[in-house]
Design a protein around this ligand. Structure first.
Ligand SMILES: *Cc1c(COP(=O)(O)O)cnc(C)c1O
Length: 464
């Protein structure tokens, strides 16, 4: 006999449940067929409970409807959600890389909620070139003759090799045959594009003469790649962009640099190490420079190719371009982000990636202290909340080997750090933290305005 005295025969029919007042609000939010399926699954669940002889604490209808409601909520929860990045990794590939400037979001909204002149020339009233204004802006910001934009920087490399090197030879230093992540390896991409890889130099040292020596009539281009996610230190000799350009010019072959992150501005004024900027590479005389839109640049996912007109146009005219071109939302976001770079005085504040990378310790410390106070008030005695200095990472293959001093809030409790981190990930607004020995760590560098509220709310959910 069950405690509540119910037996499976007492279960209400699905049709009766669909007429229940409590189901009306579900029917407003979800498709009728989904509500029916959820009620059926929930009813089966309650039947199993009753068959086991267990008690159902409320009325059968309420038990079924509550369960169906939870099932619907889970089934219709979006897969891609906003999370709080408390890791201190600014360009976090797994967490969506660059946070867009509000101006870029507004530009996306404008072109996405109405029609746009994507391929329409308002001057002549005829078909126009996609991204013409954006390309002009890229030339203005980099000093290049021409520009072309694709879906990501991996696509830039694919397009460049396909358009300029198919069936011919590409010369790369042994120290730069990189794997970028997700098994995108330069040697394999080269092979796929129908080009032959010619390796030169040694792992740690390559000289201009190494390139010059292998150039022949089959050589299509000399390719240099930024060592984004590693660094070789010690007895090292790297060929600079300018040296490579000289070798190429003298031999009459094209030169290309894949900058990876691609800084548009000087980094040392932001307190970051020197990286050659896109403009410097263009000035050094390389034919093509390619880089990502969503790394240091701080815009949407995109691959940007700039350089000499003839070489850029060969890429832009290649049939692959049709498959690799960006959609209007990306183009709008990129144009709006690049526009912010026209005002050097406002740029760092306006582009979140630059703002986070350049955030001074003097603003990070009070932020960490204020968050720690709120967290210890919320969490009580059982959790030890402390503020301590630490290190943040630029991430995204930018500035390899470089980290930034920061301030952290650390949480220690009887609960293991992994269990804490898991609970924070399951909060209504998931919070992704760093897990260090014996504690969970929140780096305030990557927090956006309002994230503190979400963290306190998530922490409260974890102890409830
Ligand atoms: C990140 C990176 C890429 C790939 O760029 P995506 O925009 O992620 O496709 C290619 N080359 C280098 C050197 C990189 O750092």
């Amino acid at each position: 006999m069950t405690g509540s005295g119910h037996v499976p025969r007492d279960l209400p029919s699905i049709d009766r449940l669909l007429g229940d007042g409590a189901v009306a609000s579900l029917l407003e939010r979800y498709p009728r067929a989904a509500v029916r399926d959820a009620l059926r699954a929930a009813s089966d669940g309650v039947r199993q409970v009753l068959l086991r002889g267990d008690a159902v604490s409320s009325t059968l209808s309420k038990a079924i409807i509550d369960d169906a409601s939870q099932r619907l909520e889970a089934a219709f929860r979006p897969g891609l959600v906003r999370v709080v990045n408390a890791t201190g990794v600014v360009i976090h590939t797994n967490l969506g890389r660059a946070v867009l400037p509000p101006e870029a979001v507004a530009a996306v909204t404008r072109v996405a909620t109405g029609y746009s002149n994507l391929e329409f020339d308002l001057e002549s009233g005829r078909r126009g070139r996609r991204a013409a204004a954006l390309e002009t802006l890229l030339c203005e910001l980099t000093g290049a003759e021409a520009a072309c934009v694709v879906n990501n920087n991996a696509a830039s490399i694919l397009l460049i090799l396909e358009a300029l090197a198919r069936g011919r030879e590409v010369v790369v230093s042994r120290s730069e045959l990189i794997e970028i992540g997700n098994a995108f390896r330069l040697p394999e991409v080269l092979e796929r594009s129908g080009a032959t890889l010619i390796e030169v130099g040694a792992t740690n040292r390559t000289y201009p003469a190494d390139y010059a020596r292998v150039i022949n009539e089959r050589t299509a281009l000399l390719l240099k790649s930024h060592s984004s996610n590693f660094r070789i230190i010690g007895f090292v000799r790297e060929v600079t962009a300018a040296e490579l350009a000289t070798v190429g010019r003298e031999a009459g072959v094209l030169t290309v640099i894949d900058l990876g992150s691609g800084a548009l501005v000087d980094l040392p004024p932001l307190g970051l190490p020197y990286e050659p900027t896109v403009r410097e590479c263009v000035q050094a005389g390389l034919d093509l420079v390619c880089f990502s839109g969503d790394k240091l640049l701080g815009g949407p996912q995109a691959g940007i190719i700039v350089g000499r007109r003839e070489a850029v146009e060969r890429c832009a005219r290649n049939p692959l371009m049709r498959a690799l071109r960006c959609d209007k939302m990306t183009l709008a976001a990129l144009e709006a982000t690049l526009s912010l770079y026209r005002d050097p005085g406002r740029m760092v504040e306006a582009v979140p990636v630059l703002r986070m990378l350049g955030a001074p310790l003097a603003t990070l410390e009070p932020r960490a202290r204020a968050l720690a106070v709120r967290l210890s008030e919320a969490l009580g005695e059982a959790v030890r909340v402390e503020v301590e200095p630490g290190r943040s990472l630029p991430g995204g293959g930018s500035l390899p080997g470089h980290d930034l001093p920061t301030w952290l809030v650390s949480l220690r409790s009887p609960l293991s750090e992994d269990a804490w981190a898991a609970r924070l990930r399951h909060a209504s607004t998931p919070v992704v933290v760093r897990v260090e020995e014996g504690r969970v760590v929140i780096d305030v560098r990557t927090l956006l305005p309002g994230d503190e509220d979400a963290i306190v709310a998530a922490a409260l959910e974890t102890v409830r």
